[in-house]
Design a protein around this ligand. Structure first.
Ligand code: GLU
Length: 433
Protein backbone atom coordinates (compact mmCIF):
# COMPACT_ATOMS: atom_id res chain seq x y z
CA UNK A 1 0.00 0.00 0.00
CA UNK A 2 1.40 3.43 -0.85
CA UNK A 3 0.19 6.98 -0.41
CA UNK A 4 0.77 9.22 -3.38
CA UNK A 5 1.90 12.78 -2.88
CA UNK A 6 1.89 15.27 -5.73
CA UNK A 7 2.69 18.77 -4.51
CA UNK A 8 0.82 21.43 -6.46
CA UNK A 9 0.45 25.14 -5.83
CA UNK A 10 -2.74 26.18 -7.55
CA UNK A 11 -4.52 29.50 -7.66
CA UNK A 12 -8.18 30.23 -8.31
CA UNK A 13 -8.82 30.54 -12.02
CA UNK A 14 -6.00 28.30 -13.20
CA UNK A 15 -8.46 25.82 -14.78
CA UNK A 16 -10.76 28.14 -16.75
CA UNK A 17 -11.43 26.05 -19.84
CA UNK A 18 -11.50 22.40 -18.93
CA UNK A 19 -9.80 19.99 -21.28
CA UNK A 20 -12.83 18.85 -23.29
CA UNK A 21 -12.29 15.17 -22.50
CA UNK A 22 -8.72 14.51 -21.42
CA UNK A 23 -8.98 14.69 -17.67
CA UNK A 24 -12.08 14.36 -15.48
CA UNK A 25 -10.24 16.10 -12.62
CA UNK A 26 -9.49 19.12 -14.84
CA UNK A 27 -13.16 19.17 -15.89
CA UNK A 28 -14.19 19.18 -12.23
CA UNK A 29 -11.64 21.86 -11.35
CA UNK A 30 -12.72 24.15 -14.19
CA UNK A 31 -16.22 24.32 -12.66
CA UNK A 32 -14.79 24.53 -9.14
CA UNK A 33 -12.76 27.57 -10.22
CA UNK A 34 -15.74 29.33 -11.79
CA UNK A 35 -17.84 28.71 -8.67
CA UNK A 36 -15.01 29.77 -6.32
CA UNK A 37 -14.61 33.02 -8.26
CA UNK A 38 -18.34 33.78 -8.10
CA UNK A 39 -18.39 33.04 -4.38
CA UNK A 40 -15.29 35.13 -3.77
CA UNK A 41 -13.83 32.12 -1.95
CA UNK A 42 -10.86 32.86 0.28
CA UNK A 43 -7.66 31.72 -1.54
CA UNK A 44 -6.56 29.72 1.50
CA UNK A 45 -9.87 27.87 1.66
CA UNK A 46 -9.60 27.26 -2.08
CA UNK A 47 -6.34 25.42 -1.48
CA UNK A 48 -7.87 23.38 1.34
CA UNK A 49 -10.99 22.38 -0.63
CA UNK A 50 -9.32 21.39 -3.89
CA UNK A 51 -6.80 19.04 -2.28
CA UNK A 52 -7.90 15.48 -1.48
CA UNK A 53 -7.34 14.44 2.13
CA UNK A 54 -5.72 11.15 1.07
CA UNK A 55 -5.07 9.14 -2.08
CA UNK A 56 -4.25 5.48 -1.78
CA UNK A 57 -3.13 3.01 -4.39
CA UNK A 58 -3.32 -0.69 -3.61
CA UNK A 59 -1.97 -3.72 -5.39
CA UNK A 60 -4.46 -6.59 -5.52
CA UNK A 61 -2.85 -9.96 -6.23
CA UNK A 62 -5.47 -12.53 -7.19
CA UNK A 63 -5.35 -16.24 -8.02
CA UNK A 64 -7.37 -16.55 -11.23
CA UNK A 65 -9.66 -19.53 -11.93
CA UNK A 66 -7.10 -21.05 -14.31
CA UNK A 67 -4.37 -20.97 -11.64
CA UNK A 68 -2.51 -17.89 -12.96
CA UNK A 69 -1.70 -15.05 -10.57
CA UNK A 70 -2.88 -11.63 -11.73
CA UNK A 71 -2.21 -8.29 -10.04
CA UNK A 72 -4.91 -5.61 -10.27
CA UNK A 73 -4.47 -1.97 -9.30
CA UNK A 74 -7.01 -0.26 -7.08
CA UNK A 75 -7.45 3.25 -5.69
CA UNK A 76 -9.37 4.96 -2.94
CA UNK A 77 -9.43 8.74 -2.78
CA UNK A 78 -10.79 10.46 0.31
CA UNK A 79 -11.47 13.97 -0.93
CA UNK A 80 -13.03 15.80 2.01
CA UNK A 81 -14.35 14.92 5.48
CA UNK A 82 -15.28 18.36 6.83
CA UNK A 83 -18.99 17.49 7.06
CA UNK A 84 -18.79 13.78 7.91
CA UNK A 85 -17.30 10.45 6.84
CA UNK A 86 -16.11 10.02 3.27
CA UNK A 87 -18.84 8.61 1.02
CA UNK A 88 -18.72 7.27 -2.50
CA UNK A 89 -18.85 4.23 -4.69
CA UNK A 90 -16.33 1.68 -5.90
CA UNK A 91 -15.98 1.45 -9.68
CA UNK A 92 -14.76 -1.68 -11.49
CA UNK A 93 -13.83 -0.67 -15.03
CA UNK A 94 -10.90 -1.05 -17.41
CA UNK A 95 -10.59 2.73 -17.84
CA UNK A 96 -10.29 3.53 -14.12
CA UNK A 97 -7.40 5.92 -13.40
CA UNK A 98 -6.26 7.90 -10.38
CA UNK A 99 -7.27 11.13 -12.15
CA UNK A 100 -10.79 9.80 -12.69
CA UNK A 101 -11.18 8.51 -9.11
CA UNK A 102 -9.90 11.84 -7.79
CA UNK A 103 -12.54 13.73 -9.82
CA UNK A 104 -15.29 11.31 -8.78
CA UNK A 105 -14.29 11.73 -5.11
CA UNK A 106 -14.47 15.52 -5.36
CA UNK A 107 -17.86 15.28 -7.09
CA UNK A 108 -19.08 13.21 -4.12
CA UNK A 109 -18.01 16.00 -1.72
CA UNK A 110 -20.03 18.62 -3.64
CA UNK A 111 -22.92 16.21 -4.25
CA UNK A 112 -23.37 15.32 -0.55
CA UNK A 113 -23.22 19.01 0.33
CA UNK A 114 -25.75 19.98 -2.38
CA UNK A 115 -28.31 17.56 -0.92
CA UNK A 116 -27.16 18.55 2.58
CA UNK A 117 -26.40 15.10 3.98
CA UNK A 118 -23.69 14.70 6.63
CA UNK A 119 -20.99 13.10 4.51
CA UNK A 120 -17.78 14.12 2.86
CA UNK A 121 -16.63 12.75 -0.50
CA UNK A 122 -14.64 9.69 -1.50
CA UNK A 123 -14.41 7.24 -4.38
CA UNK A 124 -12.68 3.99 -5.21
CA UNK A 125 -11.87 2.06 -8.31
CA UNK A 126 -10.18 -1.08 -9.55
CA UNK A 127 -8.73 -1.32 -13.05
CA UNK A 128 -10.40 -4.47 -14.36
CA UNK A 129 -12.96 -5.63 -16.89
CA UNK A 130 -15.80 -7.11 -14.82
CA UNK A 131 -17.41 -8.60 -17.97
CA UNK A 132 -14.43 -10.90 -18.51
CA UNK A 133 -14.06 -12.01 -14.87
CA UNK A 134 -15.85 -14.89 -13.18
CA UNK A 135 -17.96 -14.36 -10.07
CA UNK A 136 -15.27 -16.07 -7.96
CA UNK A 137 -12.54 -13.82 -9.40
CA UNK A 138 -14.65 -10.72 -8.74
CA UNK A 139 -15.19 -11.89 -5.19
CA UNK A 140 -11.44 -12.37 -4.62
CA UNK A 141 -10.66 -8.92 -6.10
CA UNK A 142 -13.31 -7.28 -3.90
CA UNK A 143 -12.17 -9.02 -0.74
CA UNK A 144 -8.47 -8.26 -1.23
CA UNK A 145 -9.23 -4.63 -2.16
CA UNK A 146 -11.32 -4.28 1.02
CA UNK A 147 -8.70 -5.96 3.19
CA UNK A 148 -6.01 -3.60 1.85
CA UNK A 149 -8.20 -0.64 2.79
CA UNK A 150 -9.38 -2.09 6.11
CA UNK A 151 -7.87 0.75 8.16
CA UNK A 152 -9.41 3.43 5.97
CA UNK A 153 -12.97 2.17 5.66
CA UNK A 154 -15.37 2.41 8.58
CA UNK A 155 -18.86 3.72 9.37
CA UNK A 156 -17.35 6.91 10.83
CA UNK A 157 -14.44 7.11 8.38
CA UNK A 158 -15.22 6.21 4.79
CA UNK A 159 -18.30 4.35 3.57
CA UNK A 160 -18.21 2.79 0.08
CA UNK A 161 -21.18 1.97 -2.18
CA UNK A 162 -21.83 0.60 -5.67
CA UNK A 163 -20.80 2.43 -8.84
CA UNK A 164 -20.15 1.29 -12.43
CA UNK A 165 -19.30 -2.43 -12.53
CA UNK A 166 -20.27 -3.18 -8.92
CA UNK A 167 -23.62 -4.13 -7.35
CA UNK A 168 -25.28 -5.25 -4.08
CA UNK A 169 -23.42 -8.59 -4.17
CA UNK A 170 -20.09 -6.73 -4.36
CA UNK A 171 -21.17 -4.66 -1.34
CA UNK A 172 -22.07 -7.84 0.58
CA UNK A 173 -18.48 -9.06 0.02
CA UNK A 174 -17.11 -5.71 1.23
CA UNK A 175 -19.30 -5.90 4.32
CA UNK A 176 -18.32 -9.50 5.04
CA UNK A 177 -14.58 -8.93 4.57
CA UNK A 178 -14.61 -5.83 6.78
CA UNK A 179 -16.69 -7.67 9.39
CA UNK A 180 -14.38 -10.71 9.43
CA UNK A 181 -11.43 -8.42 10.22
CA UNK A 182 -13.44 -6.44 12.79
CA UNK A 183 -14.59 -9.70 14.40
CA UNK A 184 -18.21 -8.61 14.42
CA UNK A 185 -20.82 -7.75 11.81
CA UNK A 186 -20.59 -4.12 10.72
CA UNK A 187 -23.40 -3.47 8.24
CA UNK A 188 -22.98 0.33 8.22
CA UNK A 189 -19.47 0.19 6.71
CA UNK A 190 -20.92 0.07 3.20
CA UNK A 191 -24.23 0.96 1.53
CA UNK A 192 -26.07 -0.47 -1.46
CA UNK A 193 -26.13 -3.91 0.22
CA UNK A 194 -28.73 -6.61 -0.40
CA UNK A 195 -31.95 -5.96 1.53
CA UNK A 196 -31.49 -8.94 3.86
CA UNK A 197 -28.04 -7.75 4.97
CA UNK A 198 -28.87 -4.25 6.13
CA UNK A 199 -29.71 -2.77 2.74
CA UNK A 200 -32.38 -0.11 2.41
CA UNK A 201 -35.64 -0.48 0.59
CA UNK A 202 -35.57 1.74 -2.48
CA UNK A 203 -31.75 1.94 -2.73
CA UNK A 204 -31.48 0.05 -6.05
CA UNK A 205 -34.01 2.41 -7.66
CA UNK A 206 -32.86 5.57 -5.87
CA UNK A 207 -30.62 7.14 -8.52
CA UNK A 208 -33.18 6.49 -11.29
CA UNK A 209 -36.04 7.74 -9.11
CA UNK A 210 -34.06 10.87 -8.25
CA UNK A 211 -33.48 11.53 -11.97
CA UNK A 212 -37.19 11.19 -12.67
CA UNK A 213 -38.00 13.63 -9.84
CA UNK A 214 -35.46 16.13 -11.15
CA UNK A 215 -36.77 15.79 -14.73
CA UNK A 216 -40.26 16.44 -13.34
CA UNK A 217 -39.10 19.57 -11.48
CA UNK A 218 -37.02 20.88 -14.40
CA UNK A 219 -39.63 20.35 -17.13
CA UNK A 220 -41.75 23.47 -16.40
CA UNK A 221 -38.65 25.68 -16.71
CA UNK A 222 -38.68 24.89 -20.43
CA UNK A 223 -42.46 24.87 -20.85
CA UNK A 224 -42.76 21.08 -20.59
CA UNK A 225 -44.36 18.52 -18.32
CA UNK A 226 -42.71 15.17 -17.64
CA UNK A 227 -45.91 13.50 -18.83
CA UNK A 228 -45.76 13.60 -22.62
CA UNK A 229 -42.08 14.64 -22.82
CA UNK A 230 -39.94 12.78 -25.35
CA UNK A 231 -36.89 11.40 -23.56
CA UNK A 232 -33.60 9.87 -24.75
CA UNK A 233 -31.54 7.83 -22.29
CA UNK A 234 -27.89 6.98 -22.89
CA UNK A 235 -26.86 3.97 -20.79
CA UNK A 236 -29.02 1.01 -19.73
CA UNK A 237 -27.34 -0.06 -16.50
CA UNK A 238 -28.88 0.37 -13.06
CA UNK A 239 -29.17 4.15 -13.46
CA UNK A 240 -30.33 4.48 -17.09
CA UNK A 241 -32.78 1.57 -17.16
CA UNK A 242 -34.52 2.60 -13.93
CA UNK A 243 -34.63 6.29 -14.90
CA UNK A 244 -36.25 5.21 -18.20
CA UNK A 245 -38.77 3.01 -16.37
CA UNK A 246 -39.68 5.68 -13.81
CA UNK A 247 -40.13 8.38 -16.48
CA UNK A 248 -42.17 5.93 -18.59
CA UNK A 249 -44.39 5.26 -15.56
CA UNK A 250 -44.98 9.02 -15.25
CA UNK A 251 -46.26 9.16 -18.83
CA UNK A 252 -43.10 10.29 -20.60
CA UNK A 253 -42.30 8.80 -24.01
CA UNK A 254 -38.86 7.14 -24.09
CA UNK A 255 -37.87 7.52 -27.75
CA UNK A 256 -34.35 6.02 -27.60
CA UNK A 257 -32.06 4.15 -25.23
CA UNK A 258 -28.57 2.69 -25.60
CA UNK A 259 -26.01 0.56 -23.86
CA UNK A 260 -22.27 0.24 -24.48
CA UNK A 261 -22.88 -1.61 -27.79
CA UNK A 262 -25.27 0.97 -29.31
CA UNK A 263 -28.87 2.05 -29.14
CA UNK A 264 -32.41 1.57 -30.39
CA UNK A 265 -35.04 4.17 -31.21
CA UNK A 266 -38.73 4.54 -31.91
CA UNK A 267 -40.11 8.09 -32.28
CA UNK A 268 -43.50 6.86 -31.00
CA UNK A 269 -42.03 5.62 -27.74
CA UNK A 270 -40.56 2.32 -26.53
CA UNK A 271 -42.38 -0.08 -24.18
CA UNK A 272 -39.78 0.14 -21.39
CA UNK A 273 -41.03 -2.65 -19.05
CA UNK A 274 -41.03 -5.04 -22.04
CA UNK A 275 -37.57 -3.83 -23.06
CA UNK A 276 -36.23 -4.42 -19.53
CA UNK A 277 -37.55 -8.01 -19.67
CA UNK A 278 -35.95 -8.46 -23.13
CA UNK A 279 -32.63 -7.03 -21.83
CA UNK A 280 -32.59 -9.25 -18.76
CA UNK A 281 -32.93 -12.32 -20.97
CA UNK A 282 -30.45 -11.53 -23.74
CA UNK A 283 -28.24 -8.79 -22.16
CA UNK A 284 -28.74 -6.87 -25.40
CA UNK A 285 -31.04 -4.12 -26.65
CA UNK A 286 -30.59 -5.25 -30.26
CA UNK A 287 -33.55 -6.63 -32.10
CA UNK A 288 -36.20 -5.31 -29.73
CA UNK A 289 -39.41 -5.41 -31.78
CA UNK A 290 -40.58 -2.12 -33.30
CA UNK A 291 -37.27 -0.27 -32.91
CA UNK A 292 -34.50 0.81 -35.29
CA UNK A 293 -30.80 0.78 -34.39
CA UNK A 294 -28.98 4.05 -33.63
CA UNK A 295 -25.35 4.64 -32.69
CA UNK A 296 -24.42 6.08 -29.29
CA UNK A 297 -23.13 9.29 -30.95
CA UNK A 298 -26.28 9.80 -33.07
CA UNK A 299 -28.49 9.03 -30.08
CA UNK A 300 -27.26 12.11 -28.21
CA UNK A 301 -28.29 14.29 -31.14
CA UNK A 302 -31.79 12.85 -31.63
CA UNK A 303 -34.84 15.11 -31.60
CA UNK A 304 -36.22 14.98 -28.04
CA UNK A 305 -37.24 17.16 -25.07
CA UNK A 306 -35.09 15.66 -22.31
CA UNK A 307 -31.74 13.90 -22.65
CA UNK A 308 -30.52 11.70 -19.78
CA UNK A 309 -26.84 10.74 -20.24
CA UNK A 310 -26.41 7.83 -17.82
CA UNK A 311 -23.26 6.17 -19.11
CA UNK A 312 -19.74 7.53 -18.94
CA UNK A 313 -17.80 10.78 -18.57
CA UNK A 314 -17.15 13.26 -21.37
CA UNK A 315 -19.94 12.13 -23.71
CA UNK A 316 -21.13 15.66 -24.52
CA UNK A 317 -18.19 17.67 -25.79
CA UNK A 318 -17.56 20.85 -27.73
CA UNK A 319 -17.83 18.98 -31.03
CA UNK A 320 -21.33 17.48 -30.52
CA UNK A 321 -22.90 19.94 -28.05
CA UNK A 322 -24.04 22.22 -30.88
CA UNK A 323 -26.06 19.37 -32.44
CA UNK A 324 -28.00 18.50 -29.30
CA UNK A 325 -31.73 19.11 -29.70
CA UNK A 326 -32.91 18.40 -26.15
CA UNK A 327 -34.20 21.40 -24.20
CA UNK A 328 -33.15 19.83 -20.89
CA UNK A 329 -30.24 17.56 -19.98
CA UNK A 330 -30.54 15.63 -16.72
CA UNK A 331 -27.15 14.11 -15.90
CA UNK A 332 -27.41 10.53 -14.63
CA UNK A 333 -23.70 9.83 -15.14
CA UNK A 334 -20.96 11.64 -13.27
CA UNK A 335 -19.18 14.15 -15.50
CA UNK A 336 -20.93 13.41 -18.84
CA UNK A 337 -20.55 17.01 -20.08
CA UNK A 338 -17.30 18.93 -20.51
CA UNK A 339 -16.87 22.58 -19.53
CA UNK A 340 -16.51 23.61 -23.19
CA UNK A 341 -19.74 21.76 -24.04
CA UNK A 342 -21.44 23.57 -21.14
CA UNK A 343 -20.57 26.88 -22.78
CA UNK A 344 -22.15 25.77 -26.07
CA UNK A 345 -25.27 24.44 -24.31
CA UNK A 346 -25.68 27.56 -22.16
CA UNK A 347 -25.44 29.62 -25.37
CA UNK A 348 -28.35 27.58 -26.79
CA UNK A 349 -30.39 27.99 -23.57
CA UNK A 350 -30.35 24.22 -22.91
CA UNK A 351 -31.07 23.64 -19.21
CA UNK A 352 -28.35 21.32 -17.90
CA UNK A 353 -29.21 19.87 -14.50
CA UNK A 354 -25.77 18.80 -13.29
CA UNK A 355 -24.72 15.38 -12.01
CA UNK A 356 -24.05 16.59 -8.46
CA UNK A 357 -27.73 17.46 -8.15
CA UNK A 358 -29.47 15.21 -10.69
CA UNK A 359 -27.93 11.85 -9.72
CA UNK A 360 -27.76 12.51 -5.98
CA UNK A 361 -30.74 10.24 -5.27
CA UNK A 362 -28.38 7.27 -4.96
CA UNK A 363 -26.18 8.70 -2.26
CA UNK A 364 -29.22 10.18 -0.51
CA UNK A 365 -30.74 6.73 -0.02
CA UNK A 366 -27.25 5.46 0.87
CA UNK A 367 -27.42 7.97 3.71
CA UNK A 368 -30.82 6.54 4.72
CA UNK A 369 -29.29 3.05 4.63
CA UNK A 370 -26.42 4.11 6.89
CA UNK A 371 -28.88 5.72 9.32
CA UNK A 372 -31.09 2.59 9.35
CA UNK A 373 -28.09 0.28 9.91
CA UNK A 374 -26.85 2.37 12.80
CA UNK A 375 -30.31 2.49 14.37
CA UNK A 376 -31.03 -1.17 13.59
CA UNK A 377 -34.49 -0.08 12.53
CA UNK A 378 -35.71 -0.28 8.97
CA UNK A 379 -38.13 1.96 7.13
CA UNK A 380 -41.01 1.18 4.79
CA UNK A 381 -40.32 1.77 1.09
CA UNK A 382 -42.90 4.56 1.03
CA UNK A 383 -41.00 6.33 3.84
CA UNK A 384 -37.71 6.06 1.95
CA UNK A 385 -39.28 7.37 -1.25
CA UNK A 386 -41.05 10.25 0.48
CA UNK A 387 -37.90 11.40 2.24
CA UNK A 388 -35.96 11.07 -1.01
CA UNK A 389 -38.53 13.18 -2.83
CA UNK A 390 -38.39 15.88 -0.12
CA UNK A 391 -34.60 16.12 -0.42
CA UNK A 392 -34.48 16.08 -4.23
CA UNK A 393 -37.19 18.72 -4.60
CA UNK A 394 -35.68 20.95 -1.90
CA UNK A 395 -32.19 20.63 -3.43
CA UNK A 396 -33.52 21.43 -6.90
CA UNK A 397 -35.15 24.58 -5.51
CA UNK A 398 -31.98 25.58 -3.61
CA UNK A 399 -29.91 25.27 -6.79
CA UNK A 400 -32.52 27.07 -8.93
CA UNK A 401 -32.55 29.92 -6.42
CA UNK A 402 -28.75 30.15 -6.43
CA UNK A 403 -28.73 30.18 -10.25
CA UNK A 404 -31.28 32.99 -10.27
CA UNK A 405 -29.56 35.05 -7.57
CA UNK A 406 -26.09 34.96 -9.17
CA UNK A 407 -27.13 34.73 -12.82
CA UNK A 408 -25.22 31.49 -13.36
CA UNK A 409 -25.99 28.09 -14.86
CA UNK A 410 -27.49 25.33 -12.73
CA UNK A 411 -24.09 23.62 -12.81
CA UNK A 412 -22.18 26.56 -11.38
CA UNK A 413 -25.02 27.22 -8.93
CA UNK A 414 -24.82 23.62 -7.65
CA UNK A 415 -21.05 23.89 -7.23
CA UNK A 416 -21.51 27.22 -5.43
CA UNK A 417 -24.06 25.70 -3.07
CA UNK A 418 -21.91 22.63 -2.34
CA UNK A 419 -18.65 24.56 -2.00
CA UNK A 420 -20.19 27.24 0.22
CA UNK A 421 -21.54 24.61 2.64
CA UNK A 422 -18.20 22.77 2.85
CA UNK A 423 -16.28 26.07 3.12
CA UNK A 424 -18.56 27.30 5.90
CA UNK A 425 -18.17 24.13 7.95
CA UNK A 426 -14.41 24.09 7.39
CA UNK A 427 -14.20 27.66 8.74
CA UNK A 428 -16.38 26.89 11.76
CA UNK A 429 -14.29 23.83 12.62
CA UNK A 430 -11.08 25.82 12.16
CA UNK A 431 -7.70 24.38 11.25
CA UNK A 432 -6.12 21.90 13.64
CA UNK A 433 -2.45 22.70 14.08
N1 GLU B 1 -21.89 5.76 -6.95
C1 GLU B 1 -22.99 6.62 -6.63
C2 GLU B 1 -22.66 8.06 -6.97
O1 GLU B 1 -21.82 8.34 -7.79
C3 GLU B 1 -23.50 6.41 -5.23
C4 GLU B 1 -22.53 6.71 -4.13
C5 GLU B 1 -23.02 6.31 -2.74
O2 GLU B 1 -24.14 5.89 -2.60
O3 GLU B 1 -22.21 6.47 -1.81
O4 GLU B 1 -23.29 8.97 -6.49
Amino acid sequence: MSTIAEPQFPTIGSHPQGTDSASPFEEMMSRFDLAAQKLGLDPGLYKVLREPVRETKVSIPVAMDDGRIEVFIGYRVLHNIARGPGKGGIRFDKNVSLDEVRALAAWMTWKCAVVNIPFGGAKGGVICDPQSLSRAELERITRRYTAELMDQFGPEKDVPAPDMGTNPQTMAWVMDTYSMHARHTVTSVVTGKPLSLGGSRGRVEATGRGLMLIAREAAPLRGLTLKGSRIVVQGFGNVGSIAARMCHEQGAKIVAVSDIHGGIQNANGIDIPALIAHYEKGKSLKGFPGTQPVSNEALLELDCDILIPAANENQIRQKNAGNIKAKIIVEGANGPTTQRADEVLNGKNVLVVPDILANAGGVTVSYFEWVQDRAGFFWRESEVNERLEDIMVQSFRDVAQMAEKYGVSFRIAAYMLGISRVAHDTMVRGLYA
